[in-house]
Ligand binder design. Sequence first.
Ligand SMILES: [Zn+2]
Length: 263
Amino acid sequence: MPFTNKYVILVLIILIMVIIYYFAVPFIKHLKLHQETKKLYASIKSSPLPWKIFAKSEQGRDIYLFEQGKGESTTLILAAMHGDEQNTFHLAVKLADTIHTKPELINSKVVIVPVVNPDGLLRNERINANKVDINRNFPTENWRPIYEKHKYNPGYEAGSEKETQAVMELINLYQPEKLIVIHSDLHVLNYDGPAKDLVLRMADYNGYHIESNIGYPTPGSLGAYAGVEGRIPTVTLELPDNSPEEAWEENFEALIQAINFPE
Ligand SMILES: [Zn+2]
């Protein structure tokens, strides 16, 4: 075989390996995770945990809530507001499971909503059934009905979506002392409102980098609504694009610390 042919074959093999590594492997990984997500969502119905159906999504799916602990102070933890951030849902369900089994881990009340946007979760899409980004739909001073990318569609009106209304109702009902919102996959801790000490505590345990500004405008976000305008210490925990197991390893202690904070 002439030398040039060998060279071409070698380059092709390297190219195929690169394609497999960077595209095929993540694609299959996400496909598999989505199957597991659908099973996990369906299993909540028959779970031994005292899940409550707090609200319904735009397509009538259940928005579940798990509540445990006593005391004046409540930590509200929300996940999967963006339906394609599947590892956030797994992390929140596992947290509820663990706290249910070991209630002594926490010193106050926690309310966990593992999936704010179940319609998006089951389709593995960021937006809800009306193609609205829930994290741009909150009634904040900077909310505008304009957007550049479809994935940031803020809805026809602030607070128009059932999923947004459910979160607003939760905040109103529980008046949480702090709010932890789990997203993926920017691999960073972001905060709004008086949450500096809380975010520092979490960073001590998960080692994530802290950003006070996510780097792009987020009108109508929950951080703006609850943190900036509502003055509730709000931490956005952005996981990396990791597996539910890795997300748990990295964040279990940080989340328990956040619930028990400031102790
Ligand atoms: Zn998100």
